[in-house]
Write a protein that binds this ligand. Sequence first.
Ligand SMILES: Nc1ncnc2c1ncn2[C@@H]1O[C@H](COP(=O)(O)OP(=O)(O)O)[C@@H](O)[C@H]1O
Ligand SMILES: [Mg+2]
Length: 452
Amino acid sequence: MNGRILIIEDDHDMCEMLEADLRGRGFTPSWYTCGSEGISALGSDIFDVILIDINLPDITGLELCRQFSANYPDIPVVMMTAFGSMETAISAIRAGAYDFITKPVDLDILALSLKRALNHRTLQEKVNLLSNAIKQTQCFDDLIGESQPMKELFVLLTRIADTDISVLITGESGSGKELSARALHKHSRRSKGPIITINCSAVPETLLESELFGHVRGAFTDAKNDRKGLFSEAQNGTLFLDEVGELPSALQPKLLRALEERRVRPVGGNTEVPFDVRIIAATNRDLESAVEDGTFREDLFYRLNVFHLEMPPLRARGTDILLITKHFLERFSCRQEKHVKGISAQAAEKLLAYSWPGNVRELRNAVEHAVALTAYDTIVPEDLPRKICTYQDEPILSGTHNPTELIPMQEVERRYILHVLKTTGGNRTLTAKILKLDRKTLYRKLQLFGVG
Ligand SMILES: Nc1ncnc2c1ncn2[C@@H]1O[C@H](COP(=O)(O)OP(=O)(O)O)[C@@H](O)[C@H]1O
Ligand SMILES: [Mg+2]
């Protein structure tokens, strides 16, 4: 038994006696003789159980117990109360204590109580781990999904959320880049600070620099006052640079310099202002090829892309489509005061077959549309936008002679594999045989397409 016990008791001799006894029984006790010392010990060290005397010089034991149960709900508290006072014992339990023992302390009873509290703590930890695991497979913050690519994304999000490294999020429009950036911020140590978003493609080039870095009075005609930039506004928080691929080339070296020196120079100013901000950037452009063709600076690319997150397109997330549909269905039927309960199997089939070029944003709009339109309590195919209802699988090979409509090799492969799978009625062994792929390779590819 290696339970770390925090003892808060004003009687010095009593503390020494308890320490010797508990150590002899295999616990690891530490003691403090007033509440404030106990509070700071708990702030800097890890304990498994807290043992508190009801009478303390600076704060009542009950009040301390209340504070600990609120701030450290997973650490059980055992209270030592005066003999015969059932009232204080009840107040102790009401204040969140796990157990109480009466004074004078029977050391065997104390040890038993501490052991039970320790078991409780171990169990609590297991439950927490389990419920976090469940939560993580279904969603991460507001991101819903349980497909393989989303599970992998949630693992990465969890791992990097509480670090300060710069993250570049790529993915098609509507795939959840902004939602991921917000989730990262919310789960970071900066969550009490602001998250400030700027869409680099929506602000005119001439304004972007002063928007980001601020300006001093008189820097240009309209600059009537000093103005803080977004870097300063995001102090102690996160700055989300959306559509960073559209950042004008004149601004790229200035942004790079700011990120490297962690200081900004307001437009027209001659002093530099330091900042403490985490940077998350997003783009739906292929930044690597933008670097190759010289429209995006390589050094800035590496600065932003310390960690790369790729949002999978919705069509690669399999039945997540239905999970997200259910979520939006609840939201919109509540908002539109309708009682839509679900979708028909035929409508679900349409949703699963569609290619979702606008990803989750398009799905959200489709569900909103269907809820508004439906005359029943179940969505039927006719309630869906026409495009989705009448959608036909793309031909495997496009016979077009228009270069902009030609598709990459990978996409031809994806369409063909799915075509064979459909034609064999979902028989994977047969599919692998026809394609002359070993089963493992086929499974891996299907997983990538979200059919895993
Ligand atoms: N996994 C998801 N689960 C639930 N809603 C999502 C998910 N991904 C995106 N959304 C919703 O879809 C819309 C588009 O997401 P957004 O983050 O703005 O995409 P992007 O920035 O990639 O264009 C938003 O309304 C967002 O809340
Ligand atoms: Mg966006």
